[in-house]
Design a protein around this ligand. Sequence first.
Ligand SMILES: [Zn+2]
Length: 314
Amino acid sequence: MALAIFVLGLAFGSFLNVCIYRMPRGISVIHPRSTCPNCKTQIPFYDNVPVVSWLVLRGRCRHCHTPISARYVTVELLTGSMFLLCYAHFGYGLSTLKCCTFGLLLLGLIFTDAETQLLPDQLTLPGLALGVLFSVMVPVNDLVSQLLLGLISLGPSHASWRLLSLLDSLAGAAVGASFIYGAGAIYLRARGVHGMGFGDVKLMAMVGAFLGIRLTIFTIFAASIAGSLFGLWTLSSVWMKRTKRRMLRHHETAQQARRRAWGSAEIALRHLPIPFGVFLGGTAMLAFFWGKGLIRWYWRWLMSPPVAPQHRID
Ligand SMILES: [Zn+2]
């Protein structure tokens, strides 16, 4: 069963690669058969087997020998592993189907954003609809349903949990979208450049529909931390590299070099396109698997009383 799910994941990953290449370029993902981007030769089915073909051809086109991006095999393996992880985590059922669907959408969006800085509507909007649809099949079990259940006794009928779960999903989508819209406005003020576009807003509406309010907020916070660390890492690595170069080439003193290199590192950071969708997508995936556990752990840590000084008792 596990092997079958992994192989299914590889096949879906292979299709995802087509989406990642074609969607930002406005090409249909169904109609023309796959061709080599360089020599335009149609790729026969035996050269299109996930992972295996890439290994057999040693990462090159059979006709023109142009290297095929390692992204193809990476996405296939990641999708296979993600399917396997969903199955290991949620067992056999609708939760696994929801998890695989969500993961597939996120992987597609992460890689498209990393390559083109675009988050295609063809993924985010159907994704939003799917998230809402799944909420009436798998309970989201978030704030809205917990609060409403406390306020009014709805009784354990089937229809009511579906309705509450649907409300959770819609509330998550609204919170995710408006949060990122607000963050984008603040970012624009602070850095003077557009950091987030409507693609991110739609992405977070989709994430919210799948996760509900709590995990959506968790996703945004975790992604901001990851994005900031990425920015800091870029800033410091450019700074160190430029300082070294200035000292060697321009024979500046360490202090002079450091000060001047700082200026160029700041400019580099300002113009660095931080693919925020990559961080949002990655943390949303983590949130789906481990978010609830992490939030519970965080609350317990926050609420735990200060450690009693035990040594006094001795
Ligand atoms: Zn070729």
